[in-house]
Design a protein around this ligand. Structure first.
Ligand code: MEV
Length: 437
């Protein structure tokens, strides 16, 4: 945690000033921070050992979300994302939420699921009884497959057996993976218990692999925003650079956000986009900390569809003059092992965040996801996102047109004012700027 994640005017600082500020606030040595981020992350020689057929590495923007307070503690939250406005949006919404005390987050459960597929089972009821009766033996086999985890206080917790019908059953092994994401751990355990499970079931052994629908490892984050905070904005929320129309009261914005939430609750087409806005925040933290974003995405969307209808992961309601939001999703994030062994920026991200545990990191990612959702809904429910989006998008267009240094802002501003956010307009503007500086 940091003394305060509120750093007014941070966005106006130069790159180096921002690095110095975060180094100071996070107590990470400036040289270490500057070297890690300036190197673009992973050394190609290391990358060559991580995956196959490597040519080089691929850079992404690495930034910090501000104003995030979770369970009373302030966090500087590293985010890796290529989409303009995501970091600003999360920071702005977190500032509104902070005024009412910040996020409250918790892990609902912390068990990873590994599956053992058993098929052509002659008598499913008998097989289920046999497997359940031998739970202790199966857990012991699983323990032997990951002795290191036991030393850290984790390990297999229990088994559950599901009957899929027609001679198909699946055994779930539930494992406390402590601070690891746990994919390798639970896969090893599933492979270790597979043959004995098949023997006990009388059927054939199929797949032995984790489930990314890790719904026994869920995180919940909730927040509250007072109506007046929804109006108090400098760069606005979501993907907008303007405050909402002045005649729109905070109370009305609450109603509109609740309506937007209800829309996602009744329409899967909207729910998908609503959840994309949440994942803007979640994935950016997941990526920054070297975690597996494909696993997180797979789990989140499967969980969203668990009722048979694809639904929003976060919902918003009114409580008096407050807007109250709640997000719940399966999340398995590690703070040890995997990419973290080799990636200096992922390591740095964890140092800046000062996370204590996997659960802690999940709470941060979920809270930033909830903030991203609020930011998007607030913008959509008021002025729409396009104007704000365009002014940020204009910067990329300006860079594509060849603008450098201060030219980028100047060209972006001009093409937004012209209402022509196109490459052609940016080239014209840059040409004019260089001719008549
Ligand atoms: C864009 O990246 C995300 C949004 O579409 C999310 C939403 O519609 O809620 C703005």
């Amino acid at each position: 945690m940091t003394d305060s994640s509120r750093i007014p005017g941070f966005y106006k600082l130069s790159l180096d000033e921002r690095r110095q500020t975060i180094a100071e606030k996070s107590s990470v040595p400036y040289e270490q921070l500057a070297q890690a981020v300036a190197s673009g992350g992973l050394d190609p020689v290391i990358a060559d050992k991580v995956v196959e057929n490597v040519l080089g590495v691929y850079g992404m923007p690495f930034g910090i979300a501000l104003n995030v307070r979770i369970n009373g503690g302030d966090r500087l939250v590293p985010m890796v994302v290529e989409e303009p406005s995501v970091i600003a949006a999360a920071s702005n919404a977190s500032r509104m939420i902070r005024a009412s005390g910040g996020f409250h987050a918790e892990m609902v459960e912390s068990l990873m699921t590994a599956q053992v597929q058993l098929f052509r089972v002659p008598d499913s009821n008998r097989a289920i009884r046999a497997l359940e009766a031998h739970q202790d033996e199966l857990l012991e086999l699983a323990r032997q497959a990951a002795p290191g985890l036991l030393r850290y206080g984790g390990g297999p917790n229990c088994i559950e057996v599901r009957d899929l019908g027609r001679g198909d059953i699946v055994l779930h092994l539930l494992v406390d993976c402590q601070d690891a994401m746990g994919a390798n751990l639970v896969n090893s355990m599933a492979e270790a218990i597979g043959p004995r499970a098949a023997e006990l079931s009388g059927g054939a052994l199929g797949l032995r692999i984790l489930s990314n629908l890790c719904d026994r490892r869920r995180v919940r984050s909730t927040c509250r925003v007072h109506a007046r905070e929804l109006l108090l904005t400098r760069t606005s929320s979501g993907n907008s650079s303007r405050p909402p129309p002045p005649d729109m009261a905070g109370e009305e914005i609450i109603d509109r956000i609740v309506e937007a939430s209800r829309f996602a609750e009744i329409d899967p087409y909207r729910a998908a986009t609503h959840n994309k806005g949440i994942m803007n925040g979640v994935d950016a933290v997941v990526l920054a900390t070297g975690n597996d974003f494909r696993a997180v995405e797979a789990g989140a969307h499967a969980y969203a569809a668990r009722s048979g209808q694809y639904r929003p992961l976060a919902v918003w309601r009114r409580d008096g003059s407050d807007l109250v939001g709640e997000l719940e999703l399966p999340l398995a994030l590690g703070i040890v092992g995997g990419t973290l062994r080799v990636h200096p920026v992922a390591k740095l991200a964890l140092e800046i965040l000062k996370v204590q545990s996997s659960a802690d990191l999940c709470m941060v990612a979920a809270s930033v996801g909830l903030a991203s959702n609020l930011a998007a809904l607030r913008a959509l429910a008021t002025e729409g996102i396009q104007r704000g989006h365009m002014s940020l998008h204009a910067r990329s267009i300006a860079i594509a047109a060849g603008a450098v240094a201060d030219e980028v802002e100047a060209v972006a501003r001009t093409i937004v004012e012209l209402g022509r956010v196109t490459l052609e307009a940016a080239e014209e503007s840059l040409h004019a700027l260089r001719r008549y500086p």
